[in-house]
Design a protein around this ligand. Structure first.
Ligand SMILES: Cc1ncc(COP(=O)(O)O)c(C=O)c1O
Length: 471
């Protein structure tokens, strides 16, 4: 202690406490080994625990309890009355008797950044961190990091104690990209509200153009889900009720649902053991051994006795099926190819036949994408799209998604209510420029998982053929 301080005789100071100059303490308690910086005031009935650090210019008022190992930055202000007033209701200056002191507790190990203000009647949890300049208006949970005015939780600090059980790794973090793009996404929503343009219109068309160009396809038609995209593509391609559509068993159920909802019959061709996608060898065997030609030359399935007219390879887990071989067989047998690209936004395939990289969605007669929130390009709700290089086919899909009409109330065919709403289109358009870098981030993490797992016996790592790539 030194002569520049004002320390009242009722202050209880612990062992090895370090006090700087110009401090003002009265009626309070300071724990062992705590350090108090210059120009700090600590009032009566406040207590500071052991091994705390109270930096200069902070004000700790009556009613504040600071537990052990707490860090208080410079100029931190505590307040101990929710509604402080200078005068009483009769206009006289308030005295201590009028002042209602509320308690504020800072739990063990918490840190409060410089210039933060802590309002009365709050508790700051163990090991929590309050960002510099924050205004804390309500309780802060243990281990939370809060910032801003009013302070909000921005993250939770993960435990790092040696004997702690490892935490489950979330399969997918859908929150962070939405927080990072919050401004753009809210703008898309706001635009919808301000124009009441909820269905169709320029926002949907702009997204369709941008997505078609991302896929290197000439057209994209936005619809209400990946399942609808598949079903509308099957219908628009002229697959008839009772026709057989070939696909793989190793897919999400929506692939076969779309086939049967279009009143066609799904038949399975098995997958390649390495890529987990449609095996061209199995497709060839099916076409050669399990089909015959009828008198008119139609290809007939021996399994169902029905004509085989289409094939839907699925680009599962972002890896494109071996399209050169599948397209060649389809051409030989007169089959329509529809890509199920619901998991393959931005995936690429090196076509030896064309000697160039091709994007998912640009190779079949049509391709279906899903914008379910967990997909690489996900909406904030449901959504999907069909891409194609055939303008007439795109127009047909537009008609099917909109109750079979091109002109309002002129319904040429029986259609569906299968449109993508404009707010989702605006949201997807705001996300689209980030898709390539998000895909790269997924690849980086996949590479790291591969590295960590490659030495474990009994685990076969995903196989990536040289013709497959993700941008
Ligand atoms: C391979 C595949 N096909 C189709 C779909 C259906 O998409 P949606 O859920 O948007 O209808 C999905 C979605 O999970 C999928 O993964």
């Amino acid at each position: 202690m030194n002569s520049y301080n004002s320390i009242a005789s009722d202050v209880r100071v612990g062992k090895d406490v370090k006090l700087s100059r110009f401090i003002n303490l009265y009626g309070c308690e300071i724990g062992d080994e705590t350090k108090i910086g210059a120009f700090v005031e600590i009032q009566k009935n406040a207590s500071v625990g052991k091994r705390c650090k109270i930096s200069s210019h902070s004000f700790v008022c009556e009613g504040v309890v600071i537990e052990d190992n707490v860090f208080i930055g410079h100029g931190v202000m505590f307040i101990n009355d929710t509604y402080p007033r200078a005068t009483t209701e009769h206009g006289e200056l308030q005295t201590e008797a009028d002042w209602k002191v509320e308690r504020t507790t800072i739990r063990k190990g918490a840190s409060i950044g410089s210039n933060a203000t802590i309002l009365a009647n709050v508790e700051i949890g163990e090991n929590a961190i309050v960002g510099a300049g924050s205004v804390v208006t309500r309780d802060v949970p243990a281990n939370a990091v809060v910032a801003g005015n009013p302070a909000k939780v921005i993250r939770i600090i993960e435990g790092n104690k040696e004997n702690e059980m490892p935490k489950a790794i979330p399969f997918l973090d859908l929150v962070t990209p939405h927080l990072e793009l919050e401004r753009e996404l809210t703008n898309a929503f706001r635009q919808g509200l301000r124009t009441a343009g909820f269905i169709g219109g320029p926002v949907v068309e702009r997204f369709e153009d941008a997505f078609a160009s991302f896929c290197n396809a000439s057209r994209a038609v936005a619809v209400s889900s990946g399942t609808d995209a598949l079903r509308f593509a099957i219908m628009a391609c002229g697959i008839q009720p009772g026709d057989v559509v070939l696909t793989v068993p190793n897919t999400f159920i929506a692939t076969t649902e779309a086939i049967s909802q279009a009143r066609a019959i799904p038949e399975f061709v098995d997958i390649d053991e390495q890529t987990y996608n449609m095996s061209p060898a199995m497709l060839q065997r099916y076409l050669e051994k399990q089909c015959i030609r009828d008198r008119t030359g139609r290809l007939i399935s021996l399994r169902s006795g029905r004509p085989v007219t289409a094939v839907i390879p699925v680009h599962l887990y972002g890896q494109i099926a071996d399209m050169d071989a599948i397209l060649a067989l389809a051409e030989q047998y007169g089959l329509t190819v529809i890509e199920d690209a619901c998991q393959a936004h931005g995936a690429e395939y090196f076509s030896k036949r064309l000697n160039r990289w091709m994007r998912a969605g640009s190779m079949g007669r049509a391709a279906a994408f899903s914008f379910y929130p967990g997909k690489n390009l996900g909406a904030c709700g449901e959504g999907g799209a069909v891409t194609t290089n055939d303008g007439a086919l795109a127009d047909k899909i537009k008609m099917i998604r909109d109750h079979g009409q091109v002109k309002k109330y002129y319904h040429d065919v029986e259609g569906y209510n299968g449109r993508l709403d404009a707010i989702q289109a605006g949201i997807l358009h705001a996300k689209l420029p980030h898709l390539a870098s998000w895909n790269l981030q997924r690849r980086d993490r996949a590479t790291e998982y591969n590295r960590l797992m490659e030495t474990h016996e009994g685990i076969s790592l995903p196989y990536e053929p040289e013709w497959s790539h993700f941008t």
